[in-house]
Write a protein that binds this ligand. Structure first.
Ligand SMILES: *[C@@H]1O[C@H](CO)[C@@H](O)[C@H](O)[C@H]1NC(C)=O
Ligand SMILES: *[C@@H]1O[C@H](CO)[C@@H](O)[C@H](O)[C@H]1NC(C)=O
Ligand SMILES: *[C@@H]1O[C@H](CO)[C@@H](O)[C@H](O)[C@H]1NC(C)=O
Ligand SMILES: *[C@@H]1O[C@H](CO)[C@@H](O)[C@H](O)[C@H]1NC(C)=O
Length: 499
């Protein structure tokens, strides 16, 4: 994970340098104006935030102005539709990022529901030192709240129909909008996409995005790897449902090696692309959930990724699982629920999760660490030779549980072909054994048997048990494929044999 380390170090250092610079430099800035003057200037300009109604054409938008009713008509704002407001984050280059229009287009292209899409452009306040941009998030939240209150006064409109989607600092902006809005009713939904960590981690709920800010709050954490006590994305849960794809620390496909590809593609810009990769992954997971709406990713309640990797969390009872992204099941929770899932490195990100529980029987005292491959045969398609790496060695009779993820839908699993791979180490061990006891013949009772393979499919919640097809010989031989079928079937073939 060298590359992820550098990526987060780069961002953290730039934030730290800025925090320092901000803290130590109260004297007038280059322009000759003191920060106090700047602050006054910022306050006197009423709404710094520009509300851009997306028209459906790429990058084409129409500006709505607070207290100017005519702009609603001019922009053909349809107040009977639900409203989605996209809120961007801290800006390094003072430009609106490309993903904003990708997300706007995705939201607009939905067949099932029509929505108004507004981009809350606060770039003038976001393109500042990090610490100043952080302070500005409250002002922007206030402005969004005022805008929504005005809409409710001006036209038939309800805040319960509003969905704020905020990325990085924009997630906290959305939280402030939700907490500043006057009246007893809350905004319908807030989604935090890798909400910013520095200066927010560990603060009280009123100082960051929190579940109280809307009727329903969901968050996706994608870049929470910690360096020097800081992480780019916030680690702690901030929502009703908090999603941690691939554990939330770093994301597949975001390695620095890819930087060269990015530089080739985007020129020098490629560096920031790479640095932002894992941070911005939350955004792309969300867009993907709209674009590939037939491939919804399921995430499961779990304590941490280690436990998740053992396959122990694929349960959907009592709201323990949910759908990542736009089409989440909006179920309020008393406490934040941390949900985990594995994703691919590219869209469509969805994978299929399986828990495998293999019951090994071995007579050897010595622990062994065999390597296996599995071919899963399904009603739709097969996966060939999946390598299985057991984290722990096999000793005695034990059941091993682990997670397997597939990027394709094999349908109903009907058969498992299992192979114990011959490894050099094992061959050596055998040779040594043979040297010590030269008369030993290859034992008939092999050292390894599989009693049962139990499988649970997360996505369908189906539980299956597989037994050796050949009940007369349950032993595994190296480099020999062993076929396991659904146990009921296995019993049948066995009975037929006995007749
Ligand atoms: C506004 O949206 C509603 C609901 O989809 C639709 O019935 C109506 O025709 C729209 N109005 C305009 C002016 O487009
Ligand atoms: C809420 O009401 C207070 C008092 O009337 C007002 O000062 C404030 O601006 C209002 N908040 C928003 C977000 O409009
Ligand atoms: C494992 O189970 C087998 C068969 O059920 C039994 O013969 C063997 O003694 C057991 N080994 C250990 C270490 O419990
Ligand atoms: C799995 O094993 C069965 C029985 O040995 C064999 O007929 C089948 O071709 C194998 N399937 C795959 C995909 O390897």
């Amino acid at each position: 994970m060298e590359s992820s380390l550098w990526a987060s170090l780069f961002l953290i250092i730039s934030i730290l340098v800025q925090l320092n610079a901000y803290g130590r430099r109260p004297e007038p800035e280059a322009s000759g104006r003191s920060p106090q003057d700047l602050e006054m200037e910022e306050k006197s300009l009423k709404t710094e935030t520009r509300f851009l109604l997306y028209s459906g054409e790429k990058g084409d938008s129409c500006q709505l102005q607070l207290h100017h009713l005519n702009t609603l008509d001019q922009c053909s704002f349809n107040s009977s539709l639900p409203l989605v407001i996209i809120v961007h984050g801290w800006s390094v280059d003072g430009m609106l990022e490309k993903w904003i229009w990708e997300m706007a287009a995705a939201l607009k292209s939905q067949k099932s529901t029509q929505v108004n899409v507004i981009v809350a452009d606060w770039i003038t306040l976001a393109h500042r030192h990090y610490a100043i941009a952080v302070r500005n998030t409250r002002q922007v939240g206030q402005e969004i709240a005022s805008f929504l209150e005005w809409l409710e006064e001006a036209v038939q409109f309800s805040r319960s129909n509003v969905h704020l989607i905020g990325y990085s600092l924009g997630a906290h902006v959305s939280g402030f909008a939700g907490s500043y809005i006057n009246g007893t009713n809350k905004i319908g939904r807030i989604t935090g996409l890798d909400a910013a960590g520095p200066l927010f981690e560990g603060t009280s709920p009123s100082e960051r995005l929190s579940p109280d800010d809307a009727d329903f709050v969901d968050a996706i954490h994608t870049f929470t790897q910690e360096h020097m006590g800081l992480s780019v994305g916030i680690k702690q849960p901030v929502a009703h449902y908090d999603f941690y794809p691939n554990g939330g620390t770093f994301q597949p496909g975001c390695h620095f090696l890819l930087m060269y590809k990015h530089i080739a593609q985007h020129g020098f810009h490629g560096i920031t692309e790479t640095v932002k990769c894992a941070h911005e992954r939350a955004v792309h997971l969300f867009i993907d959930s709209i674009v590939h709406h037939h491939l919804q990713s399921t995430a499961y309640w779990c304590t941490d990724m280690n436990t998740f990797n053992k396959g122990l969390c694929l349960d959907c009872k009592k709201g323990r699982c949910n759908t990542l992204g736009y089409y989440i099941r909006k179920q309020r929770q008393q406490k934040s629920k941390k949900l985990f899932l594995v994703t691919q490195a590219h869209p469509p990100f969805k994978v299929y999760h399986y828990q495998f529980k293999i019951q090994f029987i071995t007579q050897t005292e010595k622990p062994i660490k065999p390597t296996f491959t599995m071919t899963l045969i399904g009603t739709k398609q097969d996966t060939h030779n999946l390598p299985i790496t057991l984290v722990k060695e096999i000793t005695g009779n034990k059941t091993y549980s682990f997670l397997i993820t597939l990027d394709l839908d094999i349908g109903k699993m009907t058969m498992i072909n299992f192979t114990w791979k011959k490894t050099a180490m094992w061959a050596n061990m055998w040779d040594t054994f043979h040297t010590i006891i030269p008369w030993a013949i290859r034992p008939h009772h092999s050292k390894l048997m599989i009693k049962q393979i139990r499988v649970k499919a997360g996505e369908t919640q189906e539980k299956m048990t597989f037994c050796s097809q050949d009940m007369d010989d349950e032993q595994l031989y190296q480099n020999e494929e062993k076929t396991f079928v659904r146990c009921e079937k296995g019993l049948k073939t066995r009975k037929q044999k006995m007749r």
